[in-house]
Write a protein that binds this ligand. Structure first.
Ligand SMILES: Nc1ncnc2c1ncn2[C@@H]1O[C@H](COP(=O)(O)OP(=O)(O)O)[C@@H](O)[C@H]1O
Ligand SMILES: [Mg+2]
Length: 317
C-alpha cells in the first residue's frame, strides 16, 4: 500500500473561454505505484495533456482545477503554494513535452541547459555528470554535444536531449507526452526502448501519453483510455488488449490492428471526437458507438469498478 506514488481522484479542469468557463476534463482518476509505467491513450483533444500537466500545475492550472485531489507521496499537490511546487516540478516529477524543438532553448548550449536543471534544484552539478546523462540517453560523442546548440542536432537527438533534461534530476515520475510524435517513424521504437531502459535501470515511474495503441502496448503496464474529457476504461495492457470492454477501446484496437496488418484501406473510426464546447450530459461516445442503447443518453455513465479493471459504460452495470 505504501508503494503508492501518486493518486489522483475526481479531477475536473476548466478553462476560460469567450463564453465563460468551459470544462475540458470532466473526470480523471489515476493511481500509480513506484516504478510503474502507465499509458494515457485517446484521440487528440480527449484531455490527456491537460490532465497530465495539471499534475505539475503548468499553465496556471491551479486556477482551473474545479475539483479533485492529486496526492503525491501523501501530499495533496492541489493545496501547495507555487514556492512549494517549485521543489517538486522538474525535480521529483518531470515532464517531457510533446514538441521537443519548442521546448528546448535555441540560444543556449545543450550542456548549459542540462546543468541549469541541476543548479535550479540545488543538486550536484559538473560537466561529467551532464555528459554521463547524455550518454545514458544514447547521445554519441556526448562531450562534443555538450557544447552544441539544439539547431545543430537532428530532431531525434533533440528528443533524446529532452528526455535527458527530464531524467537528470532523477525524478520519481517522468511524464512523457507523445515523446515520439515529432520524430521519424523509424526512430520511434528507440525512444520507447530508451524509456523502458531508464525504467528498468532506475525504477523511475513513467506516464506515457500517446494516441498509438501499439506504443502503449509495447511500453506500458497499465492503460487509461480517455475520451471526451473522461476516463473511459482502465486496466492492465494485456487484459485490455485481449478483451476491451468499452466499445471505444475496441474501436481503437481495431484501428491499430488494421494499421499494423497493412490493410488497404486501413480501418478507421468514423466521425470525430467531441470538443469541450460540444460536451453534453450523455455518454460522449454515443454518436459513434456501434453498441449504443437508448439509455446511453440519460446521463454520463458512471465508472464501473471491477477487479483490476474499470469501465465507464452502462452495458456493464
Ligand atoms: N489553455 C487552454 N485553454 C482552453 N482550452 C484548452 C487549453 N488547453 C487545452 N484546451 C482544450 O482542452 C481539450 C483537451 O486538450 P488536450 O488535453 O491537449 O488533449 P489531448 O492531449 O488529449 O490531445 C481540447 O479541446 C483543447 O482544445
Ligand atoms: Mg496532447
Amino acid at each position: 500500500m505504501n508503494d503508492n506514488l501518486i493518486i489522483i481522484q475526481n479531477l475536473k479542469i476548466s478553462f476560460y473561454h469567450e463564453n465563460g468557463r468551459i470544462q475540458v476534463v470532466r473526470g480523471f482518476d489515476l493511481s500509480m505505484d513506484n516504478g510503474e509505467i502507465i499509458g494515457i491513450l485517446g484521440e487528440s483533444g480527449s484531455g490527456k495533456t491537460v490532465s497530465a500537466t495539471s499534475i505539475l500545475r503548468l499553465e496556471d492550472e491551479a486556477d482551473s482545477i474545479d475539483s479533485g485531489t492529486i496526492f503525491y507521496k501523501g501530499k495533496n499537490l492541489v493545496e501547495l503554494t507555487e514556492k512549494e511546487y517549485r521543489k517538486i516540478r522538474g525535480n521529483q516529477i518531470s515532464y517531457v513535452f510533446q514538441n521537443a524543438s519548442n521546448a528546448l532553448n535555441p540560444y543556449k548550449k545543450i550542456g548549459l541547459q542540462l546543468t541549469e536543471v541541476l543548479r535550479n534544484h540545488k543538486l550536484l552539478y559538473s560537466r561529467s555528470i551532464v555528459v554521463d546523462v547524455l550518454k545514458e540517453v544514447g547521445i554519441e560523442e556526448a562531450d562534443t554535444v555538450f557544447d552544441m546548440y539544439p539547431f545543430q542536432l537532428s530532431g531525434g537527438q533533440n528528443q533524446r536531449i529532452m528526455i535527458a533534461q527530464g531524467i537528470i534530476s532523477k525524478p520519481d515520475l517522468l511524464i512523457a507526452d507523445e515523446p515520439s510524435s515529432s520524430i521519424d517513424a523509424s526512430l520511434r521504437k528507440t525512444v520507447l526502448d530508451l524509456l523502458k531502459n531508464i525504467n528498468q535501470k532506475s525504477g523511475m515511474a513513467i506516464i506515457l501519453i500517446t494516441h498509438d495503441f501499439d506504443e502503449a502496448k509495447y511500453l506500458c503496464d497499465r492503460l487509461i483510455i480517455m475520451y471526451g474529457g473522461l476516463v473511459m476504461e482502465e486496466g492492465f495492457v494485456s487484459d485490455i488488449f485481449e478483451n476491451p470492454l468499452h466499445p471505444y477501446t475496441g474501436e481503437l484496437i481495431k484501428c491499430a490492428s488494421s494499421l499494423s496488418r497493412g490493410d488497404n484501406p486501413v480501418y478507421a473510426l468514423e466521425g470525430t471526437a467531441p470538443t469541450p464546447l460540444q460536451f453534453t450530459d450523455e455518454c460522449p461516445f454515443f454518436a459513434r458507438c456501434k453498441q449504443r442503447l437508448p439509455e446511453c443518453i440519460l446521463g454520463i455513465p458512471e465508472m464501473i469498478v471491477m477487479d483490476n479493471r474499470k469501465v465507464r459504460c452502462i452495458r456493464y452495470k
